[in-house]
Write a protein that binds this ligand. Structure first.
Ligand code: MG
Length: 414
């Protein structure tokens, strides 16, 4: 038996986002695994869950019994799921899969049955504060080989910068001028849902007219609309033939997806906030959505993600796992291994890695001409330079962007 000898947490922010990765060391000299448990906004809580609760639970146990250990970690605290515990479980679960594949002398995709494709098609945000800037960014992505682009527009409906209206590139489109807020309104990321919908529709029309059908268009609502507005918006987007519309509804409004399905053909992608099977199962079983896009560490790691991919395949639903900057390169590589072996893979969210990040995380997947390529090292294929990681400490500042507000100052889901 190869026993778990130690479990250590590494916190680092080489790209400015707080990342949490875990190293599981074994009784076999030189054999260890890495996993991602990044919950960037509450990373210290995950660190404590790993070090204070899961480490004592798994020390000395058989590192090869991945499913047994996943169930043990999830059930041992009696109360289960939730973002802190799921990320902590994921970090160890992913490291155990890394160890399992290293023991087999195979890349993880080989352990799981072998590649169905050489690389995963990827997409990124194309942002713009006006239509000309948006076009420039879409064009730049097409020139990099991208065939999928996610549109995020921060300008007004007529595509011009207007004083006090353009607030950068947050979700929800243009910010709302201070003059329309009530006296004493609290600080926050102000947006107007109606202005957001108008400006996004005009941006989509502009991109389709400018680039024709040579690129797939994606858009993330970021749960910033009421259910009826979200359904109307999805219907109005139909002429622009989206690849998918992301998080049109919040987890609290999931039952509305049935109405969404019956009212519009715009494909729906959902799931980055999910952390409980009761959130994703009804959506799949009812065939209300087209893509699952859970944040793999947030759902508890590779063990549940593989099962979801298989269930989704049976229902004709594709995968588009969440992959922003607050997933570590180990997590992105894990997503890539899933994507290489899933017949129902849709698209992978790309996070370009900086040079420093590649040095902290040797073995990062490579981006070339619209695709993400794995390396052929055993396991997940990404290591950590622990000494270098220490040079990029996490930032404990209070998170600002999650303080979204409507024009009257009401705090809403971010
Ligand atoms: Mg999203």
């Amino acid at each position: 038996m190869i026993a778990i000898r130690d479990v250590r947490v590494i916190l680092t922010a080489p790209m400015g986002r707080n990342l949490l990765v875990v190293k599981v060391e074994t009784s076999e000299p030189g054999l260890y695994g890495w996993g991602c448990g990044t919950f960037t906004q509450r990373y210290q809580a995950v660190r404590s869950a790993v070090v204070d609760h899961l480490r004592p639970l798994v020390l000395g146990r058989d590192a090869g019994r991945v499913e047994e250990l996943w169930r043990l970690m999830m059930f041992n605290g009696y109360w289960r799921n939730g973002p802190v515990l799921n990320n902590a479980v994921s970090a160890i679960d992913m490291a155990l899969w890394d160890i399992k594949a290293k023991c087999a002398g195979m890349p993880l995709y080989d352990l799981w049955g072998g590649k169905l494709r050489e690389a995963a098609a990827v997409y990124q945000h194309a942002d713009g504060c006006d239509l000309a800037e948006l076009s420039d960014h879409v064009r730049a992505q097409i020139e990099q080989g991208m065939r999928h682009v996610r549109i995020r527009f921060g300008g007004s409906a007529v595509g011009t910068r207007q004083s006090g209206e353009v607030g950068g590139l947050a979700y929800g489109g243009p910010t709302v001028a201070a003059s329309v807020r009530p006296d004493g309104a609290l600080d926050g990321a102000y947006y107007d849902p109606q202005m957001y919908m108008r400006s996004t529709l005009s941006a989509m029309e502009h991109v389709r007219v400018t680039f024709g059908n040579e690129v797939e268009l994606l858009h993330d609502v970021h749960e910033r609309l009421t259910p009826s507005d979200a359904i109307a918006f999805a219907k109005q987007l139909e002429p622009y033939r989206l690849f998918f519309l992301e998080d049109a509804l919040s987890p609290e409004d999931l039952s509305w997806y049935g109405h969404m399905r019956h009212n519009t053909t715009t494909p729906q992608a959902v799931g980055e906030l999910f952390n409980n099977p009761n959130e994703w199962l009804p959506l799949m079983a009812n065939r209300w959505i087209d893509f699952v896009r859970m944040h793999v560490s947030q759902m508890g790691g590779l063990t549940p993600a593989r099962k979801v991919a298989t269930i989704a395949e049976a229902f004709g639903i594709r995968t588009a796992w969440h992959g922003p900057g607050d997933v570590s390169p180990i997590g992105h590589a894990a997503n890539l291994h899933l994507n290489l072996v899933s017949s129902n893979f849709g698209v992978q969210e790309l996070q370009p890695f900086t040079e420093i990040t590649r040095e902290v995380f040797p073995g990062c997947p490579e981006f070339r001409q619209g695709y993400f390529y794995p390396n052929d090292q055993p396991g997940i294929g990404v290591d950590v330079d622990e000494k270098l990681a220490e040079k990029y400490p996490c930032d404990p500042s209070v998170i600002q962007w999650t303080q979204a507000r409507l024009p009257d100052g009401t705090l809403v889901k971010p």
